[in-house]
Design a protein around this ligand. Structure first.
Ligand code: UDP
Length: 460
């Protein structure tokens, strides 16, 4: 019996946990649609996940990033590697896969934060779709850069020209000027990040499609698309953490599974789970110390994901003192922790994956956004959906009052239920299926050079 040959979809995530995870989930969705996904990763990430992933139908390919072994892979270094070192290696991979006997390369799916790969796809004459692992609202915010320049909200280098809220729609102050996603670190880093975003925007304008890890019908309050030319067609296919069939973990670090036994011994709804994600720049020793003391003073049980370098901020003897009350781990099985009945609320940096996971598990949020898109996500959590509250300080009173407000607000539970249904209910799922089919249909109809007659294409 002769099986139809599968077309390859080459997937290029940005090399960070919060980007690789949703891209791999999208890859597993593409498997169910009859494609053969090939995920291209730089060596330092490939090494971490290829050993833990059992997704046989997803092929991983590793390319060098050209950086010295052991050199830091921070934003600037990765950016340099992506722009200068990785393109020629990706080109080699594309040409090799496209020549293979199988169904050829149907398209590249490129995380917009890895927009360098769009140029490579264009050079190879391969179709390319963008992937945005975050909210539609944050993509629209990047699209609004020309508007913000034109209105004098920001300077040519992205520096805010005044302090205060920005309204993209009347009466809807989505975020404050100091919360713009590129305002991280020193002035030089801010400028570099702003250039990164303007280049990302320029490249993404040439894309026909943009697949987004958000739920259909997200209430986007940053809507200036009528003024934007060449905006890609958007397909909302999230949350991928729930729609993907594969439950494989794609963690870069080993998960401390003892969290789950520990949770079993706690009362329902009593535990505060704390994590600031994988990529957040350290909140600083002073804040770690304040939060540690505030958690201890609250008397509530907690699980705190805190990497070893951050622990230097803990008061002397802290871990021994709170031994029974709290558990401090380097990396948790987050989704399982959030699913656990003992967890009452989640003190979060408002990363988009974490936000979706919390809504999926119906957990209330205590928000402490730190950087990037987290301020926009927080605006939605606290103001639009009202399934969490924001705290701005880690003083004992701030933390205790924040926890009380989220834990004791019964209406918040109802809002969470509603939001969960809206995001994961039958209607949302059907719309995701339709959106995926529409994307694949568009891809097929633009694919003129069918590789051979045996290729019956994927199941749409
Ligand atoms: N995560 C995890 N264990 C941890 C902390 C985080 O598995 O101890 C996962 C979490 O479930 C989420 C991802 O890491 O899927 C973090 O992504 P997010 O977008 O929330 O934040 P980022 O790390 O990109 O800032």
């Amino acid at each position: 019996m002769k099986y139809p040959k599968k077309e390859t979809v080459i997937m290029v995530p940005y090399p960070a946990q919060g980007h690789v995870t949703p891209m791999l989930k999208l890859a597993s969705v593409m498997v169910t649609r009859g494609f053969r996904p090939v995920v291209v990763l730089p060596e330092f990430i490939h090494r971490r996940i290829s050993t833990t992933s059992h997704q046989n139908e997803i092929l991983f390919m590793c390319i060098p990033d050209g950086l010295e072994e052991g050199a830091p892979r921070d934003f600037g270094a990765i950016e340099m590697a992506m722009e200068n070192n990785m393109p020629c290696h990706l080109e080699r991979v594309i040409r090799k896969l496209d020549e293979e006997e199988d169904g050829g390369v149907a398209c590249l799916v490129v995380d917009l934060l890895a927009s360098w790969a769009i140029n490579v796809a264009n050079q190879c004459g391969i179709q390319v779709a963008g992937f945005w692992p975050a909210m539609l609202a944050t993509y629209r915010l990047i699209e609004a850069i020309p508007y913000m320049l034109q209105k004098g909200i920001i300077s040519e280098t992205g520096t805010p020209q005044h302090q205060g809220p920005i309204c993209f729609e009347p009466e809807k102050p989505t975020l404050s000027t100091e919360d713009l996603p590129w305002l991280i670190g020193t002035l030089a880093m801010r400028n570099l990040r702003f250039m990164f975003w303007t280049r990302t925007l320029d490249r993404s304008r040439s894309l026909p499609w943009l697949i987004i890890n958000t739920f259909p019908g997200e209430d986007c309050h940053v809507n200036l698309t009528s003024g934007c030319q060449n905006s890609p067609q958007v397909y909302e296919v999230g949350p991928l953490s729930s729609h993907a069939t594969s439950k494989d973990t794609t963690s870069f670090w080993e998960e401390d599974m003892s969290c789950l036994d520990w949770l079993d011994s706690q009362d329902d709804g009593s535990v505060v789970y704390i994590s600031f994600g994988s990529w957040v720049s350290p909140i600083g020793e002073g804040k770690v110390r304040s939060l540690a003391l505030a958690l201890e003073a609250s008397g509530r049980p907690f699980i705190w994901v805190l990497g070893h370098t951050w622990r230097e901020g803990l008061p002397v003897g802290y871990l021994e003192r709170v031994g029974k009350q709290g558990k401090v781990v380097s990396w948790a099985p987050q989704l399982e922790v959030l699913q656990h009945e003992a967890v009452g609320c989640y003190l979060t940096h408002c990363g988009w994956n974490s936000t979706l996971e919390a809504i999926q598990c119906k957990k209330r949020l205590l928000c402490y956004p730190v950087a990037g898109d987290q301020f926009v996500n927080c605006y939605y959590i606290a103001n639009v959906w009202q399934v969490g509250v924001r705290i701005c300080w880690f003083g004992e009173k701030d933390v205790e009052q924040g926890i009380k407000r989220v834990m004791e607000d019964e209406e918040m539970n109802q809002r969470l239920e509603k939001l969960n249904e809206r995001i994961l209910g039958k209607e949302a799922r059907l719309r995701v299926v339709d959106n995926l089919s529409a994307f694949i249909g568009g891809l097929q109809s633009m694919r003129t050079d069918s590789p051979n007659e045996d290729n019956q294409g994927p199941n749409v």
